[in-house]
Design a protein around this ligand. Structure first.
Ligand SMILES: Cc1ncc(COP(=O)(O)O)c(C=O)c1O
Length: 389
């Protein structure tokens, strides 16, 4: 039986740990290299870059290949994975590999902010136009697709507002029309939403979040079908993308425990969100597993669970009141990113250009691995302070 045929958790533990890469060690070690030495000029000239072939540091060593192979094996139907030095680089590189001047890109209005900025600035300058669509458009995407549409980004759930999209529906329509789909699958990971098997062409992870899992590494990955993988690989090397072996090693180290961490993030986030739901100062809970969350039915249909990131409406709190709330929490850090072992809370103000106006009073939390009851007590004390101030 190959790893690809085994369960998710077995693959998490065993994938990428080829004997020839790790020797007698449990983990492939950190192999640092720029120059690789060859015996002859002929060998140097004829060696083709690719996973498992030592050629030049840019194309990695066993340390990076181990992580790339493990991520590929988590996505049934995928041909390969490229690694990047951040999640954002893992979004921009495949877009540059696929799009040409004159093309149009469709992007959900709920997209991660820096993706929006890249589309509105760099891609625009490069001659690619972006049209934003309502993340809840579902199979109505058929009417949004235009003559020059070349690619569709899906991000499910969306950043900050967590709308769940009809990813299989959108991808099926796109595939019939020869349009490429790219999914930012960072929230769910392939464990909770197997992207390629659901019809996505290119699955992107900000591996900085749940793959790393410890708030100590920046990493991104792109896992793609055979139709797109070679092109993405080639363009990424043309652009000079590479990941340090130390960072790839941290990614592999995090990946081995991702399933158990995700289960705990899920359980604690559901408990905290359920408690928040009963508080008089709290409005809608934008957590995909809650009926308040737009697209909740897609989540029920397509996902195998939920992770630790969600948002909620805090009364009619303006930015100053939401900031005071977040600052008075003792166990929640204030900062960018999420997916680490620790809890984070920030006030968020999403940008929208189409579809439903977002709630003006959102706080986004990432529920870490602390005791959920301690987090609830912390949130309860902070809510009391804003009620009495
Ligand atoms: C949904 C999503 N995608 C991509 C990224 C970008 O990842 P990175 O911070 O590694 O560049 C983030 C970061 O917050 C994110 O939340």
């Amino acid at each position: 039986m190959t790893n690809r045929e085994r369960g998710n958790e077995t693959r998490l533990v065993h994938s990428g740990r080829r004997g020839e890469w790790r020797g007698r060690l449990v983990n492939p070690p950190v192999e640092r290299a720029s120059t690789i030495l060859f015996d002859t000029v002929e060998e140097l000239r004829s060696t083709k870059a690719g996973l498992g072939t030592y050629r030049y540091g840019l194309q990695g060593t066993a340390t990076q290949w181990a992580l790339a192979e493990a991520l590929t094996e988590l996505e049934p139907g995928a041909a390969g994975t490229m690694l990047y030095s951040s999640g954002l680089a893992a979004i921009t590189a495949p877009l540059l590999a696929i799009l040409s001047p004159g093309d149009e890109l469709l992007v959900p209005d709920s997209v991660y902010g820096p993706t929006r900025k890249f589309c509105d600035t760099f891609l625009k300058h490069f001659g690619v136009s972006t049209r934003y669509y309502d993340p809840l458009v579902g199979t109505g995407i058929a009417d949004v697709i235009g003559e020059s549409t070349r690619a569709i980004i899906v991000e499910s759930p969306g950043s900050l507002t967590l709308e769940v999209q009809d990813v299989p529906g959108i991808c099926a329509i796109a595939r019939k029309r020869g349009i490429v789909t790219l999914l930012d699958n960072t929230w769910a990971t392939p464990l909770l939403f197997p992207a390629i098997a659901s019809g996505v062409d290119i699955s992107i992870l900000a591996a900085t979040k749940y793959v790393g899992g410890h708030a100590d590494v920046m990493l991104g990955s792109v896992t793609a079908t055979a139709e797109y993988f070679s092109r993405i690989e080639e363009v990424s090397w043309d652009l000079g993308h590479s990941v340090s072996p130390d960072d790839a090693w941290l990614g592999s180290r995090g990946l081995r425990t991702m399933a158990v961490r995700l289960r705990q993030h899920e359980e604690s986030a559901l408990k905290v969100a359920g408690w928040l739901k009963g508080q008089p100062q709290v409005g809608r809970i934008l957590h995909p597993a809650f009926p308040d969350c737009p697209g909740h039915d897609y989540w029920k249909r397509d996902f195998k669970g939920s992770s630790g990131l969600f948002s909620f409406e805090l009364g009619s709190a303006d930015l100053a009141a939401r900031s005071a709330f977040v600052e008075s929490l003792e166990l929640f850090g204030i900062g960018f990113s999420w997916g680490g072992f620790e809890s984070i809370a920030i006030p968020v103000d999403p940008v929208r250009t189409v579809g439903q106006a977002p709630a003006p009073n959102l706080v986004r939390v990432h529920i870490g691995l602390e005791d959920a009851d301690d987090l609830i007590a912390d949130l309860g004390a902070a809510l009391k302070r804003i009620s009495t101030s």
